[in-house]
Write a protein that binds this ligand. Structure first.
Ligand code: ZN
Length: 247
């Protein structure tokens, strides 16, 4: 029986939804973020704000929400070459991947999450990677995640489960899932409350734009991350929060 989890939490829409999902499912939940020299520090600020909001507005979750961990990963900046860590414009690479791809990033994240979970005695790692609506990042694939689960369980000699609640749902369904998890929290109007926190306080935009506020949140409105979030939001509003979701 799994009762404890470590959520990879970046302060974005996807990982906040995963955190809500984990808080409804597990007795004790800790969070992990990485400072890997992101060009835009707003992501790291968003993490703190979102955690504070969840604690304020969801008493049940607050009781389950344990320590937040932030690990530094300078090596990714040293390797460089990504528009997320360097001052280069967004572009597609010759191999068909966008240059927002940071090679090995999720592999490192999961490895360090495994090490931390081991130390903290946490049984499950939850990550918001997704094969639907994704940018083609090979380290977000279901097979990659499953391979990492096996590698970590063997390498740590302790069974670790990696859960990916968003793997097969699109961005509209991610909004619906957030609404459903908020409802499940037991807080009156918790669904709307969680969607409001995600709109207002999470950060997704690749350009780090917090000046422009749209119905779906802050962002430049034009980068691939904003485009995905916006399109998902529009489909979510069209369908309504209660359309069927398969987490
Ligand atoms: Zn943007």
């Amino acid at each position: 029986m799994h009762t404890t989890a470590l959520v990879l939490f970046s302060g974005g829409q996807d990982s906040t939804t995963c955190l809500a999902w984990a808080l409804n499912k597990y007795q004790r939940v800790e969070t992990l973020g990485f400072d890997y020299g992101q060009r835009h520090r707003v992501e790291l600020d968003a993490r703190r704000v979102v955690l504070a909001r969840l604690r304020e507005r969801f008493a049940g979750w607050s009781a389950r929400l344990g320590e937040d961990h932030l690990l530094t990963l300078d090596a990714l900046t040293q390797i460089g070459g990504s528009s997320l860590t360097e001052e280069v414009a967004f572009a597609m690479q010759a191999d068909g991947l966008p240059n927002t791809f940071v090679p090995g990033r999720n592999l490192l994240f999961l490895t360090l999450a495994g090490a931390l979970a081991y130390r903290r005695g946490l049984q499950v790692i939850v990550t918001g990677v997704c094969e639907t609506d994704f940018s083609g990042y090979p380290d977000c694939r279901d097979d990659t995640t499953k391979a990492m689960q096996i590698a970590l369980s063997l390498g740590l000699a302790r069974r670790l489960l990696i859960e990916t609640p968003l793997m097969w749902i699109d961005k509209a369904a991610t909004w619906q899932l957030a609404h459903a998890e908020g409802e499940r929290s037991g807080v009156p109007d918790g669904g709307d409350a969680l969607v409001e926190v995600i709109v207002q306080d999470t950060h997704t935009c690749y350009l780090g734009d917090r000046e422009h506020r749209h119905p779906w949140g802050h962002g430049c409105g034009a980068c691939p991350a904003c485009e995905l979030r916006k399109k998902g939001w529009e489909r979510y509003v069209e369908r309504g929060p209660d359309a069927s979701v398969r987490p």
